[in-house]
Design a protein around this ligand. Structure first.
Ligand code: ASP
Length: 328
């Protein structure tokens, strides 16, 4: 029997209590044994409580500790399942994928929209599918939800109340868990596994919208080490001087301050191409880096990871290339 480590971090999956009261983290593993006894027929499981938090409390310091924990324990196991709240599950999956490069074991994150202890909970199937994916799925960080397995750093949360809570707009699923469970190949890792658990959270995400006063991001720039711009379409933003709202000076100032700027798109499908329109071109001239088809979450977390581990040209190259399959 394969050995799977089940690490609980919290979230709705393990909560108890009646809605509309706030759901509180409950005694998770007892409920797992009661509600999903067949998990022990699938694999030899070891349970570990890492934390018991609503995932809105997840922070980079916890990501680093979780990555260290997994790196330490995984040699004894064939794979791991991490149970997590859905709100920041995408960010945690991104962080783990960047901190555990060259991973040769499956690490599968899952959660639920309804607690395991409740009738019609999606937690039961998600847990069974996640353990199945940790046994047979690709050797990388993935997210298993609603009968699908996704590349971890490609997902975004798209639903608050439907069971298909995640999608992966720019990457095909890595597995479908229907009557049969089918999986595709994972990341083709170059190089050996290396834990890089450091992150620098001094990052700011600027979402462009009509009417944005450039003075606001300008005032923020000196306080950040990296800027992610969530631009329009192919990587566009207002650059006309007419109404005093050109954002081009933000890119100029960032360059002067040595703050790397990574541009991703508000459009979920396809990727940024800064050469396509005038404003994107101006940003490129001032050193902005195209985030391609990365999700916003992947761009923010990759910036944190890049800042802590690289600088100068090496940081630019790190942001531009695919590290863990996060960009095409
Ligand atoms: N607020 C919860 C969390 O992210 C939602 C969930 O688990 O689905 O922890």
């Amino acid at each position: 029997m394969k050995k799977i480590l089940l690490v609980h971090t919290g979230g709705t999956l393990g909560m108890s209590g009646r809605r509309p009261d706030a759901l509180k983290p409950g005694s998770f593993f007892r409920t797992v044994r009661e509600r999903v006894p067949e998990l022990t027929e699938l694999a030899s499981l070891e349970f570990e409580v890492f934390s018991n938090i609503d995932s809105c409390e997840m922070q980079p310091e916890l990501w680093s500790k979780l990555a260290e924990r997994l790196a330490k324990r995984l040699p004894e196991f064939d794979g791991a399942v991490v149970t997590h709240g859905t709100d920041t599950l995408a960010e945690t999956a991104c962080a783990l994928s960047f901190m555990l490069p060259g991973l040769k074991k499956p690490v599968v994150l899952t959660g639920a929209q309804r607690p395991l202890g409740e009738i019609r909970s999606d937690a039961r199937l998600n847990l069974i599918d996640a353990v199945t994916s940790a046994i047979h799925g690709p050797r990388e960080v993935t997210v298993c939800f609603d009968s699908h397995l996704y590349r971890g750093n490609r997902v975004r949360k798209v639903s608050i109340a439907e069971y298909d809570a995640f999608d992966s707009p720019n990457h095909p699923v890595l597995g479908t868990l229907g009557v049969d469970a089918r999986f595709s190949e994972g990341v083709a890792w170059e190089g050996r596994f290396k834990l890089t658990a450091q992150l620098d959270p001094r990052v700011f995400l600027l979402r462009i919208f009509p009417g944005l006063d450039p003075a606001i991001p300008m005032a923020i720039l000196p306080r950040v080490k990296g800027l992610v711009v969530e631009a329009y379409g192919a990587g566009n933003f207002p650059s006309s001087k007419e109404l005093g709202r050109s954002l081009t000076p933000i890119f100029e100032r960032a360059k002067d301050l040595g703050v790397p700027v990574l541009v991703v798109s508000q459009a979920h499908r396809n990727g940024v191409d800064l050469s396509q329109y005038e404003s994107g071109n101006a940003a490129r001239t001032h050193g902005a880096i195209s985030g391609g088809d990365m999700t916003v979450s992947a761009a923010v977390v990759k910036m944190m990871h890049g800042l802590a581990n690289h600088s100068g040209d090496a940081l630019r190259k790190y942001l531009e290339r695919s590290v863990a399959g996060e960009r095409t």
